[in-house]
Design a protein. Structure first.
Length: 227
């Protein structure tokens, strides 16, 4: 089992090196790769069907990711930015290459997504939810998308926010702050407390726990995301 997992990890790293160094992959040009999968993670490529995600799978514009209970997907972009797609989350990737630059937009439909975006020079990296658009140059934090609002907790950097509903107000959030944007376009800014700091810390955890069930047919091993 350990040898198999090690082989999969080595394959993923080698594959990501090929992509990010300019290697060619058949079909749509990849913008990201799945580096880690815990428990129930599925992807949908373009207009295809949902299929189980695998380490080393590349992601192109319009591809989607969906996670189940106690599950996680670790996604790495070609600019080395990282997304940690937490449990019960759904998102879709968009990318547009123009004049040698890549504009990236991740649409989060629901759930929690931790992020570390590398410093963007002449490129664009945005996150969009049902209630906000966040423009990022290089920072880290956590999005949590609810049915009627979006929470953004920022650990580092600065992010510009535009509300998508109501009057379409705007604002800026700095490191150590969190912001809520609701369906009416209201933008409320707060200072992070221990609660938000704890949320940020938990969002960075990607450890696997294993449950071993003894059966007559042998050991049944269930892997899931640790808290």
């Amino acid at each position: 089992m350990k040898r198999l997992m090690l082989a999969l990890l080595v394959t993923a790293i080698a594959f990501s090196g090929t992509i990010f160094a300019g290697g060619k992959v058949k079909g749509e040009a990849p913008v990201a790769i799945i580096m880690k999968v815990i428990k129930d993670v599925n992807i949908k490529k373009g207009n295809g069907e949902w299929t189980p995600a695998k380490i080393g799978a590349y992601l192109s514009s319009t591809d989607e990711i969906k996670t189940g209970d106690k599950s996680l997907a670790l996604v790495k972009f070609t600019d080395n930015s990282i997304l940690r797609v937490r449990e019960n989350s759904t998102l879709k990737l968009f990318a547009d290459k123009t004049k040698g630059t890549l504009a990236k937009n991740t649409y989060i439909d629901q759930g929690k997504v931790g992020f570390h975006v590398t410093k963007q020079q002449n490129e664009e990296f945005k996150f969009t939810t049902p209630t906000m658009v966040a423009s990022i140059r290089g920072t880290s934090g956590l999005f949590e998308v609810f049915s009627d609002s979006t929470l953004l907790i920022l650990g580092e950097g600065i992010v510009d926010i535009l509300a998508r509903k109501g009057a379409g107000g705007s604002g800026t959030i700095h490191a150590g702050q969190h912001m809520m944007v609701d369906n009416q376009g209201n933008i409320v800014l707060y200072t992070n407390t221990d609660k938000e700091k704890g949320e940020l810390g938990n969002s960075e955890k990607t450890n696997i726990k294993r449950l071993v069930i003894k059966t007559n047919e042998g050991d049944l091993i269930i892997e899931y995301l640790g808290q």
